[in-house]
Write a protein that binds this ligand. Structure first.
Ligand code: PHE
Length: 358
Protein backbone atom coordinates (compact mmCIF):
# COMPACT_ATOMS: atom_id res chain seq x y z
CA UNK A 1 0.00 0.00 0.00
CA UNK A 2 1.42 3.40 -0.85
CA UNK A 3 1.76 6.21 1.65
CA UNK A 4 -1.35 8.10 0.49
CA UNK A 5 -3.54 5.04 0.65
CA UNK A 6 -2.20 4.20 4.12
CA UNK A 7 -2.85 7.69 5.45
CA UNK A 8 -6.34 7.56 3.95
CA UNK A 9 -7.30 4.25 5.47
CA UNK A 10 -5.86 5.15 8.89
CA UNK A 11 -7.78 8.42 8.88
CA UNK A 12 -11.02 6.71 7.83
CA UNK A 13 -10.63 4.15 10.59
CA UNK A 14 -9.89 6.78 13.20
CA UNK A 15 -12.86 8.91 12.28
CA UNK A 16 -15.24 5.95 12.35
CA UNK A 17 -13.88 5.16 15.81
CA UNK A 18 -14.39 8.75 17.03
CA UNK A 19 -17.36 8.55 19.34
CA UNK A 20 -17.70 12.22 20.21
CA UNK A 21 -17.49 15.54 18.42
CA UNK A 22 -14.36 16.28 20.38
CA UNK A 23 -12.66 13.03 19.32
CA UNK A 24 -13.67 13.69 15.72
CA UNK A 25 -12.09 17.14 15.84
CA UNK A 26 -8.88 15.55 17.09
CA UNK A 27 -8.91 13.22 14.09
CA UNK A 28 -9.48 16.14 11.72
CA UNK A 29 -6.55 18.07 13.19
CA UNK A 30 -4.32 14.99 13.14
CA UNK A 31 -5.10 14.42 9.44
CA UNK A 32 -5.90 17.72 7.75
CA UNK A 33 -4.45 20.18 10.28
CA UNK A 34 -1.21 22.13 9.74
CA UNK A 35 0.80 19.28 11.16
CA UNK A 36 -1.66 16.63 10.04
CA UNK A 37 -0.60 13.42 8.29
CA UNK A 38 -2.15 14.28 4.89
CA UNK A 39 -0.86 17.84 5.03
CA UNK A 40 2.56 16.29 5.65
CA UNK A 41 2.27 14.37 2.39
CA UNK A 42 1.47 17.55 0.45
CA UNK A 43 4.59 19.13 1.91
CA UNK A 44 6.65 16.31 0.39
CA UNK A 45 5.42 17.36 -3.06
CA UNK A 46 8.25 19.82 -3.65
CA UNK A 47 10.85 17.11 -3.05
CA UNK A 48 9.45 14.85 -5.77
CA UNK A 49 10.70 14.66 -9.33
CA UNK A 50 8.59 16.90 -11.61
CA UNK A 51 6.99 14.03 -13.53
CA UNK A 52 5.62 12.45 -10.31
CA UNK A 53 4.41 15.68 -8.80
CA UNK A 54 1.23 16.04 -10.81
CA UNK A 55 0.01 12.53 -10.22
CA UNK A 56 0.90 12.48 -6.51
CA UNK A 57 -0.62 15.90 -5.91
CA UNK A 58 -3.86 14.93 -7.62
CA UNK A 59 -4.07 11.74 -5.56
CA UNK A 60 -3.54 13.54 -2.28
CA UNK A 61 -6.15 16.12 -3.19
CA UNK A 62 -8.71 13.45 -4.01
CA UNK A 63 -8.08 11.79 -0.64
CA UNK A 64 -8.23 15.16 1.04
CA UNK A 65 -11.66 15.88 -0.48
CA UNK A 66 -12.85 12.42 0.46
CA UNK A 67 -11.70 12.76 4.05
CA UNK A 68 -13.26 16.20 4.39
CA UNK A 69 -16.54 14.76 3.24
CA UNK A 70 -16.25 11.76 5.54
CA UNK A 71 -15.52 14.01 8.50
CA UNK A 72 -18.52 16.18 7.68
CA UNK A 73 -20.75 13.09 7.43
CA UNK A 74 -19.42 11.68 10.70
CA UNK A 75 -19.96 15.05 12.34
CA UNK A 76 -23.59 15.14 11.25
CA UNK A 77 -24.20 11.66 12.55
CA UNK A 78 -22.48 12.39 15.90
CA UNK A 79 -24.49 15.60 16.29
CA UNK A 80 -27.68 13.66 15.66
CA UNK A 81 -26.71 11.08 18.29
CA UNK A 82 -25.85 13.85 20.74
CA UNK A 83 -29.23 15.47 20.21
CA UNK A 84 -31.03 12.14 20.67
CA UNK A 85 -29.13 11.55 23.90
CA UNK A 86 -30.01 15.03 25.21
CA UNK A 87 -33.65 14.65 24.26
CA UNK A 88 -33.86 11.34 26.07
CA UNK A 89 -32.02 12.63 29.12
CA UNK A 90 -33.79 15.95 29.50
CA UNK A 91 -37.24 14.74 28.70
CA UNK A 92 -39.96 16.89 30.22
CA UNK A 93 -43.16 15.16 31.15
CA UNK A 94 -45.71 17.87 30.43
CA UNK A 95 -48.45 15.71 31.89
CA UNK A 96 -46.96 15.91 35.43
CA UNK A 97 -49.04 18.09 37.77
CA UNK A 98 -47.38 21.41 38.66
CA UNK A 99 -45.58 21.60 42.00
CA UNK A 100 -47.77 23.62 44.36
CA UNK A 101 -46.43 27.01 45.46
CA UNK A 102 -46.10 26.88 49.23
CA UNK A 103 -48.12 29.71 50.71
CA UNK A 104 -47.02 31.51 53.85
CA UNK A 105 -49.30 31.71 56.86
CA UNK A 106 -50.17 34.47 59.30
CA UNK A 107 -49.40 33.44 62.89
CA UNK A 108 -52.52 33.33 65.11
CA UNK A 109 -50.99 36.01 67.37
CA UNK A 110 -50.63 38.44 64.43
CA UNK A 111 -54.11 37.55 63.21
CA UNK A 112 -55.64 38.11 66.65
CA UNK A 113 -53.86 41.44 67.05
CA UNK A 114 -55.17 42.55 63.63
CA UNK A 115 -58.71 41.59 64.60
CA UNK A 116 -58.56 43.36 67.97
CA UNK A 117 -57.07 46.52 66.50
CA UNK A 118 -59.70 46.52 63.71
CA UNK A 119 -62.57 46.24 66.19
CA UNK A 120 -61.30 48.95 68.54
CA UNK A 121 -60.29 51.04 65.53
CA UNK A 122 -63.92 50.99 64.52
CA UNK A 123 -64.77 52.42 67.96
CA UNK A 124 -62.35 55.31 67.49
CA UNK A 125 -59.30 53.90 69.28
CA UNK A 126 -55.87 54.54 67.78
CA UNK A 127 -52.95 52.14 67.90
CA UNK A 128 -50.05 53.03 70.22
CA UNK A 129 -46.96 51.26 71.47
CA UNK A 130 -44.03 51.50 73.84
CA UNK A 131 -40.66 49.82 74.41
CA UNK A 132 -40.23 46.21 75.58
CA UNK A 133 -37.38 47.41 77.81
CA UNK A 134 -38.89 49.74 80.38
CA UNK A 135 -37.76 51.63 83.39
CA UNK A 136 -39.15 50.89 86.81
CA UNK A 137 -41.09 54.17 86.95
CA UNK A 138 -43.25 53.52 83.87
CA UNK A 139 -43.78 49.83 84.61
CA UNK A 140 -44.53 50.20 88.34
CA UNK A 141 -44.22 53.51 90.18
CA UNK A 142 -46.40 55.68 87.92
CA UNK A 143 -48.98 52.89 87.96
CA UNK A 144 -49.29 53.34 91.72
CA UNK A 145 -46.97 50.44 92.55
CA UNK A 146 -44.26 52.16 94.63
CA UNK A 147 -40.94 50.38 95.44
CA UNK A 148 -41.95 48.45 98.55
CA UNK A 149 -45.49 47.73 97.37
CA UNK A 150 -46.47 44.03 97.73
CA UNK A 151 -48.10 44.15 94.27
CA UNK A 152 -44.60 44.09 92.79
CA UNK A 153 -44.43 40.48 93.85
CA UNK A 154 -47.45 39.71 91.64
CA UNK A 155 -45.12 40.22 88.70
CA UNK A 156 -42.06 37.98 88.45
CA UNK A 157 -39.95 40.59 86.79
CA UNK A 158 -36.90 40.13 84.57
CA UNK A 159 -34.57 42.88 85.80
CA UNK A 160 -31.84 44.32 83.58
CA UNK A 161 -28.67 46.22 84.58
CA UNK A 162 -29.65 49.74 85.69
CA UNK A 163 -29.04 52.76 83.47
CA UNK A 164 -25.95 54.88 84.12
CA UNK A 165 -28.00 57.31 86.22
CA UNK A 166 -29.09 54.39 88.40
CA UNK A 167 -32.59 54.02 86.95
CA UNK A 168 -33.69 50.40 87.45
CA UNK A 169 -34.48 48.75 84.09
CA UNK A 170 -36.58 45.71 83.29
CA UNK A 171 -38.55 43.87 80.61
CA UNK A 172 -42.08 45.23 80.87
CA UNK A 173 -44.34 42.85 82.78
CA UNK A 174 -47.51 44.23 81.18
CA UNK A 175 -48.55 46.70 78.47
CA UNK A 176 -49.84 49.14 81.14
CA UNK A 177 -46.67 51.33 81.04
CA UNK A 178 -47.92 52.51 77.63
CA UNK A 179 -50.90 54.04 79.47
CA UNK A 180 -48.39 56.16 81.36
CA UNK A 181 -46.40 57.06 78.26
CA UNK A 182 -49.53 58.15 76.42
CA UNK A 183 -50.88 60.27 79.27
CA UNK A 184 -47.51 61.92 79.78
CA UNK A 185 -47.06 62.71 76.09
CA UNK A 186 -50.54 63.64 74.87
CA UNK A 187 -53.49 65.69 76.05
CA UNK A 188 -56.90 64.12 76.72
CA UNK A 189 -59.16 62.97 75.19
CA UNK A 190 -57.11 59.79 74.76
CA UNK A 191 -58.35 56.58 73.20
CA UNK A 192 -55.59 54.06 72.53
CA UNK A 193 -55.25 50.35 71.84
CA UNK A 194 -51.81 48.86 72.55
CA UNK A 195 -50.88 45.35 71.47
CA UNK A 196 -47.41 44.18 72.46
CA UNK A 197 -44.94 41.73 73.98
CA UNK A 198 -44.73 41.31 77.73
CA UNK A 199 -42.38 39.28 79.93
CA UNK A 200 -42.61 37.44 83.24
CA UNK A 201 -40.26 34.93 84.83
CA UNK A 202 -42.75 32.14 84.58
CA UNK A 203 -42.72 28.95 82.55
CA UNK A 204 -45.11 26.02 82.76
CA UNK A 205 -48.05 24.55 80.82
CA UNK A 206 -50.06 27.78 81.04
CA UNK A 207 -47.24 30.35 81.19
CA UNK A 208 -44.46 31.32 78.80
CA UNK A 209 -41.76 33.84 79.79
CA UNK A 210 -42.76 36.00 76.81
CA UNK A 211 -46.39 36.51 75.94
CA UNK A 212 -48.63 39.19 74.47
CA UNK A 213 -51.11 41.61 75.93
CA UNK A 214 -53.32 44.29 74.53
CA UNK A 215 -53.95 47.38 76.59
CA UNK A 216 -56.82 49.81 76.15
CA UNK A 217 -57.06 53.28 77.63
CA UNK A 218 -59.72 55.98 77.44
CA UNK A 219 -59.33 59.35 79.17
CA UNK A 220 -62.01 61.99 78.83
CA UNK A 221 -64.03 64.42 80.91
CA UNK A 222 -67.08 62.33 81.66
CA UNK A 223 -65.97 58.73 81.27
CA UNK A 224 -67.60 56.23 83.61
CA UNK A 225 -67.97 52.50 84.31
CA UNK A 226 -70.93 52.29 81.88
CA UNK A 227 -68.66 53.27 79.01
CA UNK A 228 -66.15 50.64 80.04
CA UNK A 229 -68.83 47.98 80.20
CA UNK A 230 -70.44 48.92 76.87
CA UNK A 231 -67.10 49.09 75.12
CA UNK A 232 -65.96 45.65 76.31
CA UNK A 233 -69.39 44.15 75.59
CA UNK A 234 -69.22 45.37 71.98
CA UNK A 235 -65.67 44.10 71.66
CA UNK A 236 -66.48 40.63 73.00
CA UNK A 237 -69.43 40.20 70.64
CA UNK A 238 -67.45 41.33 67.61
CA UNK A 239 -64.31 39.38 68.43
CA UNK A 240 -66.01 36.09 69.28
CA UNK A 241 -68.60 36.61 66.52
CA UNK A 242 -71.46 35.76 68.89
CA UNK A 243 -74.37 38.21 68.79
CA UNK A 244 -75.78 37.35 72.25
CA UNK A 245 -72.79 37.13 74.52
CA UNK A 246 -73.36 37.56 78.28
CA UNK A 247 -70.54 39.42 80.00
CA UNK A 248 -69.95 39.60 83.75
CA UNK A 249 -67.85 42.04 85.79
CA UNK A 250 -66.32 40.54 88.95
CA UNK A 251 -64.77 42.89 91.54
CA UNK A 252 -60.99 42.57 91.59
CA UNK A 253 -57.89 44.51 92.53
CA UNK A 254 -55.24 46.28 90.49
CA UNK A 255 -53.17 49.08 92.06
CA UNK A 256 -53.68 51.29 89.00
CA UNK A 257 -57.48 51.07 88.73
CA UNK A 258 -60.24 51.82 91.22
CA UNK A 259 -62.70 50.22 91.14
CA UNK A 260 -61.16 47.21 89.40
CA UNK A 261 -62.86 44.26 87.80
CA UNK A 262 -62.22 41.05 85.99
CA UNK A 263 -64.41 40.31 83.01
CA UNK A 264 -65.93 36.93 82.21
CA UNK A 265 -67.85 35.85 79.13
CA UNK A 266 -70.59 33.24 79.02
CA UNK A 267 -69.82 29.78 77.72
CA UNK A 268 -70.81 26.16 77.93
CA UNK A 269 -69.01 22.85 77.76
CA UNK A 270 -70.35 19.75 76.12
CA UNK A 271 -68.26 16.59 75.72
CA UNK A 272 -65.19 18.55 76.68
CA UNK A 273 -65.82 21.03 73.88
CA UNK A 274 -66.04 24.72 74.63
CA UNK A 275 -68.78 26.87 73.14
CA UNK A 276 -68.61 30.64 73.63
CA UNK A 277 -72.05 32.22 74.17
CA UNK A 278 -74.92 32.05 76.67
CA UNK A 279 -74.46 28.95 78.81
CA UNK A 280 -73.97 27.73 82.34
CA UNK A 281 -70.27 28.60 82.66
CA UNK A 282 -68.02 31.64 82.64
CA UNK A 283 -64.55 32.27 81.26
CA UNK A 284 -62.27 35.06 82.40
CA UNK A 285 -60.92 37.12 79.50
CA UNK A 286 -59.42 40.32 80.92
CA UNK A 287 -58.74 42.76 83.75
CA UNK A 288 -59.98 46.34 83.80
CA UNK A 289 -61.12 49.29 85.87
CA UNK A 290 -61.38 53.05 86.18
CA UNK A 291 -57.95 54.66 86.07
CA UNK A 292 -56.82 55.39 89.64
CA UNK A 293 -56.70 59.15 90.41
CA UNK A 294 -53.15 58.70 91.68
CA UNK A 295 -52.08 57.35 88.27
CA UNK A 296 -53.65 60.39 86.59
CA UNK A 297 -51.69 62.60 88.98
CA UNK A 298 -48.41 60.78 88.34
CA UNK A 299 -48.95 61.31 84.63
CA UNK A 300 -49.82 64.99 84.92
CA UNK A 301 -53.55 64.61 84.20
CA UNK A 302 -55.93 66.55 86.49
CA UNK A 303 -58.07 63.92 88.27
CA UNK A 304 -60.70 66.52 89.19
CA UNK A 305 -61.32 67.17 85.52
CA UNK A 306 -60.61 63.84 83.80
CA UNK A 307 -61.56 60.26 84.39
CA UNK A 308 -60.89 57.20 82.32
CA UNK A 309 -60.92 53.47 82.08
CA UNK A 310 -58.30 50.91 81.15
CA UNK A 311 -58.24 47.23 80.38
CA UNK A 312 -55.60 44.60 79.70
CA UNK A 313 -56.06 41.30 77.96
CA UNK A 314 -53.84 38.28 77.25
CA UNK A 315 -53.68 37.81 73.48
CA UNK A 316 -52.66 34.12 73.49
CA UNK A 317 -55.51 33.38 75.83
CA UNK A 318 -58.24 34.92 73.70
CA UNK A 319 -56.70 33.45 70.54
CA UNK A 320 -56.80 29.99 72.17
CA UNK A 321 -60.44 30.50 73.13
CA UNK A 322 -61.57 31.69 69.69
CA UNK A 323 -59.56 29.29 67.56
CA UNK A 324 -59.60 26.21 69.78
CA UNK A 325 -55.82 26.08 70.26
CA UNK A 326 -55.24 23.77 73.24
CA UNK A 327 -51.62 24.41 74.28
CA UNK A 328 -50.09 27.83 74.97
CA UNK A 329 -46.49 26.69 74.45
CA UNK A 330 -47.12 25.69 70.83
CA UNK A 331 -47.45 29.39 69.93
CA UNK A 332 -43.70 29.79 70.26
CA UNK A 333 -42.34 26.44 69.10
CA UNK A 334 -42.12 27.54 65.44
CA UNK A 335 -43.46 24.21 64.23
CA UNK A 336 -44.48 24.73 60.61
CA UNK A 337 -47.05 21.93 60.78
CA UNK A 338 -48.73 23.79 63.63
CA UNK A 339 -48.62 27.06 61.70
CA UNK A 340 -50.11 25.43 58.60
CA UNK A 341 -52.91 24.08 60.74
CA UNK A 342 -53.69 27.10 62.92
CA UNK A 343 -52.31 29.90 60.72
CA UNK A 344 -54.27 32.20 58.44
CA UNK A 345 -54.03 32.89 54.72
CA UNK A 346 -52.33 36.19 54.00
CA UNK A 347 -55.30 37.54 52.10
CA UNK A 348 -57.81 36.95 54.91
CA UNK A 349 -58.07 40.45 56.30
CA UNK A 350 -60.04 41.03 59.46
CA UNK A 351 -63.19 43.00 58.92
CA UNK A 352 -64.11 45.99 61.04
CA UNK A 353 -66.86 44.04 62.74
CA UNK A 354 -64.47 41.31 63.77
CA UNK A 355 -63.73 37.92 62.38
CA UNK A 356 -62.63 37.23 58.85
CA UNK A 357 -64.07 38.38 55.56
CA UNK A 358 -63.74 35.03 53.82
N1 PHE B 1 -51.91 45.15 83.59
C1 PHE B 1 -52.84 44.20 84.15
C2 PHE B 1 -52.20 42.81 84.11
O1 PHE B 1 -51.20 42.64 83.48
C3 PHE B 1 -54.12 44.17 83.39
C4 PHE B 1 -54.91 45.46 83.51
C5 PHE B 1 -54.72 46.47 82.60
C6 PHE B 1 -55.81 45.64 84.53
C7 PHE B 1 -55.44 47.65 82.72
C8 PHE B 1 -56.54 46.81 84.65
C9 PHE B 1 -56.35 47.80 83.73
O2 PHE B 1 -52.67 41.89 84.72
Amino acid sequence: MDQVEQTRSEALQALQAASSLEALENVRVATLGKKGSLTGLLKQLGALPVEQRKEFGAKVNVVKAELEQAIEARKTSLQGAELDRKLAEERIDVTLPARPLRQGFIHPISQTIDEIVAIFGDMGFVWADGPDIEDDWHNFTALNIPPEHPARQMHDTFYLPPREDGTPMLLRTHTSPVQVRSMVSQKPPIRIIVPGRTFRMDSDVTHTPMFHQVEGLVIDEATHMGHLKGCLQEFAKAYFEVSELPIRFRPSYFPFTEPSAEVDIGCSWSNGELKIGAGDSWLEILGCGMVHPKVLEYCGVDPTKYQGFAFGMGIERIAMLKYGIPDLRTFFESDLRWLRHYGFAALDVPSLTGGLSR
